[in-house]
Design a protein around this ligand. Sequence first.
Ligand SMILES: [Zn+2]
Length: 136
Amino acid sequence: MSEALLDSWAKFIQGHWQREMPTGPGRYPTANRVGNTTGSRVVYTHPTTHKPQGDRPWKGWWWSEPFPEMPRAPMWDDNPDAVITVCAECHRACCWQGVFMCEDSRNADVTKMSIVELRKLDLENEQYWKTDEELA
Ligand SMILES: [Zn+2]
């Protein structure tokens, strides 16, 4: 976890139950007056009054700190070694498949690239990334 993420979690667990609505924007845990947690409420800054406002009225406890951010989930790849045939000029599979052809496609060669490489380039929707076996 990043330093900023750890800080936000440390702040969160050091919070306390309070009666007043917190003023910073975010999603806050809530509890009813007998002390049972009830879920959460959102506090946001009203666009015209610029005052903090709850998404719905709440007459119970508020946790003093908003829920921290979650760490980003790692990429879940069912087939990380898969290679996709793409146009050697524009690096798009949809071009090689003849769906949307680039200007150079007539004379272009094909090349194979991994899904990891293609995600970095971010040139087209992943729906076109089919392995040769999937296309056959
Ligand atoms: Zn192309």
